[in-house]
Design a binder for this molecule. Structure first.
Ligand code: IPE
Ligand code: IPE
Ligand code: MG
Length: 253
């Protein structure tokens, strides 16, 4: 155990070029948590924490591109987050709106494809329109796919998929016995991407909070105490390096 921890602590931090020589995850999912606590530690309103939280996301999209990570799924607002105080919700909606307006051109220039995953019916029209425009503008980009999980809840996603499957059975488009994992995965919002290889959660919480429950069946998990606005490039690279030391067995020997 001692040798093991010594090995781990003496591990040198690898550069992007060095990390690229080994297996990089195809798909990284992030639960960007801790904005509120970051704000209160700085004596600021919660919304200032959310605003600060845009910066690490921008940097990490860039790092995914540099590392050759093709898919990044960012949990930015959950189905349950609608229950937060009205002013926080409306402040967040305004922040999403402004962020898409401010960042779209550069993301597009960098070959980032934006995909919204979540319940669109609940999103205010003005904000939804911005996201949908961004989806259309970036739809042919293939450097990095950025899934924005917004108004997203995994249980709700699974329930909707079950309903779609039932409709397809009723319409005789599929036989019940042909519904397998692959068919079901295609009914989820994430139908066009592989399952996450790595899931990162910041802020010291050890829970999943209704994120990608089906998709993370065999994902590697990385938890850190760092609050999301403080999540640095170096720590993201550390998470990737940590992933490269994992021995993924998928139930086999
Ligand atoms: C994550 O930060 C962002 C959203 C959920 C929108 P939080 O707002 O949950 O921050 P904490 O957990 O209260 O610190
Ligand atoms: C999960 O964080 C959702 C996002 C990061 C967008 P929460 O702060 O909502 O999760 P809980 O309430 O701590 O489980
Ligand atoms: Mg939180």
């Amino acid at each position: 155990m001692k040798i093991f921890s010594r090995l781990f602590s003496s591990k040198k931090n690898l550069t992007i070029e060095e990390l690229r020589k080994s297996t990089v995850p195809k798909h990284v999912a992030v639960i960007m948590d801790g904005n509120g606590r970051w704000a209160s530690r700085h004596g600021l309103p919660r919304l200032a924490g959310h605003r600060e939280g845009v910066k690490p996301l921008k940097r990490i999209v860039r790092l995914c591109s540099d590392l050759g990570i093709k898919y990044l799924t960012a949990y930015s607002f959950s189905s349950e987050n609608w229950q937060r105080p009205k002013n926080e919700v409306s402040g967040l909606m305004q922040l999403f709106f402004e962020t898409v307006v401010a960042e779209l051109e550069e993301l597009n220039k960098n070959g980032v494809r934006i995909v919204l995953i979540g319940n669109r019916n609940l999103i205010p029209q003005r904000v939804l329109k911005k996201f949908e425009d961004a989806e259309i503008i970036t739809k042919n980009n293939n450097n990095v796919v950025l899934n924005i999980a917004f108004s997203y809840g995994s249980r709700q996603e699974i329930l909707e998929a079950v309903k779609k499957a039932c409709i397809n059975i009723t319409n005789k488009e599929i036989d019940i016995n042909d519904i397998d994992e692959s068919y079901f995965s295609k009914l989820l919002f994430t139908k066009n991407c592989p399952d996450p290889d790595l899931l990162i959660r910041t802020s010291g919480e050890f829970r999943i909070s209704n994120f990608l429950l089906w998709q993370i069946a065999y994902s590697e998990l990385y938890f850190t105490k760092t609050l999301w606005p403080d999540f640095s490039d170096a720590e993201f690279l550390k998470a990737i390096q940590d992933y490269q030391y994992r021995n993924r067995r998928f139930g086999k020997t």
